[in-house]
Design a protein around this ligand. Structure first.
Ligand code: FUL
Length: 742
């Protein structure tokens, strides 16, 4: 099959090659016309293809996020914009170490938080003093973006940036430009600043207000002074919607498309958020999705969180069909910013590799955050994990076990531009190996650049004992599907496409082997304090063969644990049945054939068996009972009545206890009632209360994970009361799945 070049002529040629005699020109957005029947809609969907930039972004596969700024020093998830720039007390910065590590991990691009929600800028902007220029970092002359862009060039990494549209400094500060009701007038971008001319002489005229002008000026600086930019990341999250500020996105886009023609835009038409910050990808992650309105003219950032975005039923309901790929974002550490190396958990290599296979192998891009520490470097533990992940990716996917196999050349030649079109009558591919090989991974790709994503259901068989045996099934393929299954030794495999939108074009098939690893572990503790240890189940388990999260089916593993904080080994206690854990850190590890798995650890606090409800401010109904805030069951929660502030819960712990920290576990069923701020009170009699702590948790809606607040001084009490003083997104009732005290 010839290479297809997407020129005007190429597109014409292509229309004849789709195998369906369709006259539809492949494009990234196709409108559904009034009167289009189901068949016509599916035919259109089968012609929705990525743009060149989107395709390039997909091929990066594994990319890095870097969250760095004042929060790194204040240990907060969200700053409030009122930070003194001096808190950014950076003495050393080693962007080369970041790039070396990212390179070793196999990452291709890095996205830096040039400005997070706190409004502090990490580069030498002409348009604000709230940033590195007012910090002690290199006597106010430092520029993190500059260091990173130079290192990126040196190590061959692409660069992108995150520029938060929500800017708390601009919102809260008296001189802030955000929502200041300034007039929309014609303004020239960039605004000239005496003594600081731009080398790039392009100018733009836009009808904008003060904040949009500020934002455009800053986009101009970053897009013209730091080399080629490959991604611009617009976060839809917003800590405070004050002032009714509107974003003139069409102007932002025009500026980006002009100054950075290779950049993809996240949060708008090019790339979408995968809908969670936990590293989960949908079982069926369609990148051809339906829109009720023109995706190029949306007035809002679009966070698409439905479980289904692109099934046939979804497509029938839309007005536009649009190619918009998913980025699965998550952090290697608990939270997006570095806090410390003692309490802040770091994902294991098993975990990151598993997320890699599920996201990159699930038609998405993996955007993994690595937050630098206060010395301006990645911490040793993070480096170790990233190097190990890179090694596993190279060892597993760098070797194709179908290298010299016989079968259709187009799927075996390693050329992404050649493909095999599977006509209606024979939607299967048989590949014969020269010698039997042991495999447990299969990688499939469709020729999405020309033929969109069409496969809806497929199965893989291996030739075993003189017959075909089904070894894996999955739904869509798209850019890439990695199938994981228990190892088989075979010399023949067969791929069957069971359902498809028109004739699918398969561009790649390869087989791989990943050595069986001991399973990752998870703990669950009941009200009596008994902890069960079991293999972690993947949140979105897309292999119907019931694999665990490590992609292994092995059952011959043993689990060992410690309760004294030491690292468990084979000489530690062996786990057989649930164990009682109270006010202890439990660490467990599994072994399989002499191989040690990832250590899982969790701090467990006071057992809640004796706890009683003293009083709750209100409860929405019996199903949302206040006692569910401490029933040791994460599937239930307390919800207070709408608007019935103050929202509080007072608990009798049964006897005097020493409290050193509180853990708030939010419910994950809906985004309401996240306790963003609050106070902790204690009492000697359960009636008169004294405030001992105030707490604040950021980013709960997008990332509803358990949050800890450590007390400045431990307190001993029998009665404790927690009152919410702030609810995320100005919520009017509070929800608590679990409260724990350590
Ligand atoms: C979220 C933000 O609120 C977080 O702080 C973080 O930047 C994450 C990537 O996006 O929406």
């Amino acid at each position: 099959m010839k290479k297809i070049i997407l020129s005007a002529l190429g597109i014409l040629l292509l229309s004849c090659q789709t195998g369906s005699q369709s006259s539809i020109t492949p494009q990234s957005t196709i409108k559904i016309e009034e009167g289009d029947g189901k068949e016509a809609i599916i035919e259109k969907a089968a012609h929705v293809v990525p743009t060149e930039n989107q395709l390039d972004a997909l091929r990066n596969e594994f990319i890095a996020f870097i969250h760095f700024g004042p929060n790194t020093f204040t240990r907060k998830e969200w700053g409030d914009g009122m930070e003194d720039p001096a808190v950014f007390d950076l003495k050393t910065l080693d962007a080369d170490q970041w790039c070396r590590t990212m390179k070793a991990a196999g990452m291709k691009k890095v996205i830096l938080t040039a400005k997070h929600h706190d409004g502090f800028v990490l580069w030498q902007s002409r348009y604000t003093g709230h940033g590195v220029m007012s910090s002690g970092f290199r006597n106010g002359k430092g520029d993190v973006l500059k260091d990173l862009s130079e290192s990126c060039r040196k190590y061959g990494l692409k660069l992108g940036f995150y520029l938060s549209p929500a800017d708390l400094y601009q919102i809260e500060h008296p001189e802030g430009l955000y929502g200041n009701l300034s007039k929309y007038t014609k303004r020239t971008i960039p605004r000239e600043v005496p003594g600081r001319p731009f080398e790039n002489k392009t100018t733009f005229e836009f009808e904008v207000d003060d904040y949009n002008e500020y934002f455009l000026n800053q986009l101009f600086e970053i897009l013209t002074e730091y080399g080629e930019i490959h991604e611009v990341w617009f976060d839809g999250a917003h800590p405070k919607r004050k002032g009714g500020q509107k974003y003139n996105y069409p102007a932002w886009r025009e500026l980006i498309r002009t100054l950075a023609p290779k950049a993809v835009i996240f949060g708008r038409e090019d790339i979408r958020w995968c809908g969670n910050e936990a590293g989960a990808t949908r079982q069926t992650e369609w990148n051809v999705i339906s829109y009720a309105d023109n995706p190029d003219a949306l007035s809002q950032f679009n966070d698409l969180t439905d479980t289904d975005l692109g099934s046939r039923e979804k497509l029938y309901q839309g007005k536009y069909l649009h190619y918009q790929q998913a980025e699965t974002d998550t952090s290697i550490r608990e939270g997006w910013f570095y806090r410390d190396d003692t309490h802040q958990k770091v994902r294991s290599a098993d975990d990151v590799f598993d997320i890699y296979e599920r996201s990159v192998g699930g038609n998405a891009t993996l955007l993994l955050n690595i937050p630098p520490n206060r010395e301006g470097a990645f911490s040793p533990r993070d480096v170790e994990v990233l190097e190990e992940v890179g090694k596993r990716i190279r060892e597993t996917y760098g070797e194709n076990l179908l290298q010299d196999a016989k079968g259709p050349k187009q799927v075996l030649d390693g050329d992404p531009d050649t493909y095999l079109l599977l006509g209606k009558n024979k939607r299967e591919i048989v590949i014969t190996l020269r010698a039997p090989a042991t495999i447990n991974r299969l990688m499939l790709q469709e020729a999405i650049a020309t033929h969109s994503e069409r496969v809806e259901q497929h199965a893989v068989d291996a030739w075993l004992d003189n017959q075909w045996k089904e070894i894996a099934t999955a739904t869509n393929i798209g850019y890439k599907r990695i199938l994981r299954f228990p190892e088989v030794t075979t010399n023949k495999i067969r791929i069957r496409v069971l359902e498809s939108r028109l004739d699918p074009a398969i561009s790649h098939v390869s087989a791989h082997y990943y050595p069986t690893r001991p399973p990752q572990l998870a703990f669950s503790r009941d009200k009596e304090g008994m902890v069960a240890i079991a293999p972690l189940q993947a949140e979105f388990n897309w292999n119907p063969h019931g694999e665990n999260a490590s992609g292994n089916l092995n059952t011959g593993y043993e689990i060992f644990y410690t309760l004294n904080g030491s690292e468990p080994t084979r000489n530690s206690y062996q786990y057989k049945n649930p164990i009682k854990v109270e006010n202890n850190v439990l660490k467990a590890v599994s072994f399989n054939n002499g191989v040690q798995g990832a250590i899982h650890s969790e701090a467990f606090g006071i057992v809640k068996k004796e706890w009683k409800l003293l009083k709750a401010s209100s409860q929405l109904n019996d199903r949302m009972a206040a006692t569910q805030a401490f029933d040791a069951n994460r599937r239930t929660y307390w919800q207070s009545e709408d608007g019935a502030a103050p929202h509080f819960i007072a608990i009798d712990l049964g006897k005097e206890q020493e409290l050193k920290a509180m853990v708030y576990t939010p419910q994950t069923f809906h985004p309401e009632g996240m306790m963003a701020r609050g106070i902790i009170q204690v009492s000697a009699d359960g009636k008169n209360w004294k405030t001992v702590e105030t707490f604040e948790f950021g980013n709960l809606i997008n990332n509803p994970t358990p949050r800890s607040h450590r007390f400045a001084n431990p307190v001993t009490t029998r009665y404790v009361r927690v009152e919410a003083t702030g609810i995320a997104e100005n919520g009017r009732s509070v929800t608590i799945s679990e409260l724990d005290f350590l």
